[in-house]
Ligand binder design. Structure first.
Ligand SMILES: CC(C)(COP(=O)(O)OP(=O)(O)OC[C@H]1O[C@@H](n2cnc3c(N)ncnc32)[C@H](O)[C@@H]1OP(=O)(O)O)[C@@H](O)C(=O)NCCC(=O)NCCS
Length: 163
């Protein structure tokens, strides 16, 4: 069975292979992600949600949402780790995951939603633009492994993501 960490590494490497620094590519492996997910999933923090999309028991998508981790999100709920298996793209899974994450944020009483996307990840940028995300600034990921340049996308009304 594919674990969330395995899925994360697979999609992350597929997405960033052409522009992540070699060190990040090596360090952000299944073991690293496994620890990260274990910590997140055992945090007992009801403001956070992690969703997994499955088809025939196969993990084909993931996403998380919760309180904002950076001030640039301006108090909006934050979407993280939105990943769809490369073999299952353009089937509406990303859109549906985002809608369910938005439902969670609305339940947590966030009016808006925001997320960051690495500069150069044009497919994801096109996806957020198609869903009417508004560019709302830039920031550098604090790392520690990859201090990537990021664009922030925001939705002032979280309900607009819920179809
Ligand atoms: C970005 C991502 C989550 C989109 O998920 P998806 O399931 O493929 O997207 P959907 O099928 O829900 O697409 C919804 C709409 O977004 C737009 N869109 C999605 N991918 C696009 C692309 N590569 N180029 C242009 N527009 C795109 C389209 O308008 C699409 O509607 P359509 O297929 O009817 O034309 C997915 O491609 C992914 O996991 N990428 C790799 C990981 C990643 O970059 N995650 C984001 C990190 S911030």
């Amino acid at each position: 069975m594919t674990t969330l960490a395995d899925f994360h590494v697979k999609v992350w490497r597929h997405t960033y292979q052409d522009f992540a620094p070699a060190e990040a590519y090596t360090v952000l492996n299944e073991q690293y992600r496994g620890k990260q997910w274990k910590k997140k999933l055992s945090a007992n923090d009801s403001s956070q949600v992690v969703l997994i999309a499955e088809i025939d028991s196969r993990t084909v998508g993931s996403g998380a949402a919760g309180g904002p981790s950076e001030s640039i999100f301006d108090g909006r709920g934050e979407i993280k780790f939105l990943y769809v298996d490369p073999d299952f793209k353009r089937r509406g899974i990303g859109r549906e995951l985002l809608a369910h994450l938005a439902i969670h944020l609305r339940r947590m009483r966030y009016q808006g939603a925001a997320l960051s996307v690495v500069k150069g990840n044009e497919a994801a940028i096109a996806f957020y633009e198609a869903l009417n995300g508004r560019p709302a600034g830039e920031y550098i990921d604090p790392g520690p492994v990859w201090r990537s340049q990021n664009i922030v996308f925001a939705w002032d009304d979280v309900a607009s993501l819920i179809s």
